[in-house]
Design a protein around this ligand. Structure first.
Ligand code: SF4
Length: 569
């Protein structure tokens, strides 16, 4: 069985913007935060907001205080005025594409035009749009209702942004024939159009389609309906537990898509659950996939990668004790990473649900493994010299303190933990890896300054790119749990750019080192490592066919790749 995930699955721009706005307000402001109506039609997101003390108001009180967020659907203008009048600070998260429709209606309503909206009159977006029609608005949900419309002197026709594109084409054709003087606007959101045409295509190419999203979400229901209309089996679920695998029967190819209000963690969880069913059905491949997931969840692959990177840095410089240094790096990274995963179970619940379950289930064992490998790493460091033991000990303690409450002031912000310093995680992890994979061996081997600097930059840059990339993937869960990662600070697009710049600089550093003959004539081969990561990240951005788990595996493997390349140099 093959699983294909739709490129368009998940939050659309407007929903992501609204969710980010309310989470940022909650993380940064001490005031009570409310949403006016449910932020989006997704039960898991609503539950998450409740857990963050973001309450919901459905009616506007006479007096109120705090911040009220207007959701992506928008509201009638009088509601926004009433919220301001009641004393709330209004945060307007109306999607810019909905604002465009509001502006069209308002502009023509001022001139006396009637407004015809193709959409459900009870849908919040349509309620908001009708508010701009100055009492002269009409809604239509079927072709039959068109004949009942009065004949207007002038009218504008718009569609609810998530309306079915095929249906709206029929509506437009009807008006062209019966009321050609009406002004008809294309207002269906591009994101909805893309999502619907992709699901149509996926339904044709696959044996079954799973549509993930709230049952009360109009756009998700419509997505399921579009898939069903093709005649392919389509099931609409709110979470993976609802999947009836008997229904999927002998389906060989299953496509998974999701509505605009479905968060990534529900989509990821669905993919993982379906994949684990597939795994059980495919004996040999199932074991391979299970082994890959085990290496990722336990961080063993990452630890092996730290060993590989250390080997690469030490070997190009001709150091002694190469394998001991590799073992120190492996044990240190394994220890720190497991401890970090235990501490961040909450955000993993959103970013890597299956890893969170694994860490909850085996917490005691994993703690023993983390402390044991930390202690073993210190022992090996001691065998290489007292200085490297002290450095590793300080780094291990800093790693532990990273998550502890140590109140201090950073700029005008009171910080309670080092990890709350914006962007600190990505940079500190990269520096820690740089020290353990290149500086420690260099100190023990009394290496020259320039080679040490180059290997440190090589190692730090690669780890920075890897960590920042995973932080971009985890941006949704991190925002929910209030983590201040680099992508939250810079935004996903700027972070991608930064990662690509860093990897390009890495390539130049290696080529420069080769040109300067710092490490021998074949060191240029190491440039393939940042190049490999760069290509992977660019492929990911272009929504290639690999799953995010496959990307994770390949990116984590690139440090091992560095070790292999160094072995042949
Ligand atoms: S579906 Fe389109 S119009 Fe609606 S919120 Fe999302 S981006 Fe905005």
């Amino acid at each position: 069985m093959k699983i294909i995930v739709a490129k368009t699955a998940g939050f659309c721009m407007g929903v992501r913007r609204a969710v980010d706005m309310v989470l940022d307000a909650s993380n940064l402001s001490g005031e009570p935060i409310f949403t006016y109506g449910p932020l989006i039609h997704n039960p898991q997101v609503l539950e998450m907001l409740e857990n963050k003390n973001i309450s919901r108001i459905d009616t506007i009180p006479e007096r109120g205080e705090g911040i009220v967020l207007i959701r992506a659907h928008g509201v009638p203008p009088e509601d926004e005025k009433a919220l301001n009048k009641a004393g709330f600070t209004v945060l307007n998260a109306t999607c810019p594409r909905v604002v465009r429709v509001q502006v069209i209606i308002n502009r023509y309503a001022k001139k006396g035009y009637a407004t015809i909206i193709i959409g459900d009159k009870k849908h919040p977006e349509v309620v908001g749009l009708l508010g701009y029609a100055r009492g002269n608005g009409y809604t239509i949900t079927s072709m039959e209702q068109l004949a009942d419309l009065p004949a207007f002197e002038n009218a504008v026709v718009v569609a609810q942004t998530t309306q079915n594109t095929v249906f709206y084409e029929q509506i437009k054709a009807w008006f062209t024939q019966h009321a050609p003087h009406y002004k008809v606007f294309d207002t269906i959101c591009g994101s909805t159009e893309k999502r619907q045409s992709e699901v149509r295509q996926l339904a044709r190419e696959n044996d079954a389609v799973i549509v993930v999203g709230g049952k009360s979400s109009g756009n998700t229901r419509r997505l399921a309906q579009v898939a069903m209309e093709t005649g392919t089996l389509a099931i609409h679920i709110e979470d993976a537990a609802e999947i009836d695998y008997k229904l999927l029967g002998s389906a060989k190819r299953i496509a998974i898509t999701a509505g605009a209000s479905t968060p990534n963690w529900i989509i990821n969880d669905t993919c993982v659950q379906v994949a684990s069913k597939v795994k059980k059905q495919r004996f040999f491949l199932g074991y391979l996939v299970g082994f890959r997931d085990f290496l990722l969840k336990t961080n063993l692959l990452l630890a092996l990668g730290a060993g590989g990177l250390t080997y690469a840095c030490a070997r190009v410089q001709g150091f002694s004790l190469v394998f001991v240094h590799s073992a120190i790096a492996m044990l240190y990274v394994l220890s720190m990473q497991i401890l970090n995963n235990i501490i961040t179970i909450k955000s993993d619940t959103y970013n890597h649900p299956e890893r969170a379950v694994f860490y909850r289930k085996h917490q005691s064992l994993l703690k023993v493994l983390a402390l044991g490998s930390g202690a073993a790493g210190l022992y090996f460091a001691y065998t290489t010299g007292f200085v490297s033991f002290c450095i590793l000990l300080i780094m291990s303690l800093l790693g532990l303190f990273y998550n502890l409450n140590l109140p201090f002031v950073f700029g005008d912000k009171k910080i309670t933990r080092i990890k709350d310093v914006p962007g600190s995680k990505t940079i500190l992890i990269a520096i820690a890896w740089g020290i353990v994979t290149s500086l420690l061996p260099a100190i023990v081997n009394s290496c020259g300054f320039l080679p040490m600097l180059v290997t440190f930059a090589f190692s730090t840059g690669l780890v920075f790119a890897r960590t920042a990339f995973f932080d971009v993937l985890a941006i949704q869960g991190d925002r929910i749990t209030g983590k201040e990662t680099l992508p939250i600070l810079l935004g996903a697009q700027k972070s991608y750019l930064l990662i690509q710049y860093v990897l390009t600089i890495e390539i130049f550093i290696i080529l420069l080192a080769d040109w300067m003959d710092l490490f021998g004539s074949t060191v240029f081969l190491l440039a393939f490592v940042p190049l490999f990561m760069l290509l992977l990240i660019r492929l990911y951005k272009r929504d290639s066919l690999l799953s995010s788990r496959q990307y994770e595996f390949l990116i984590e493997s690139s440090f091992l790749f560095a070790g292999l390349v160094a072995a042949v140099i």
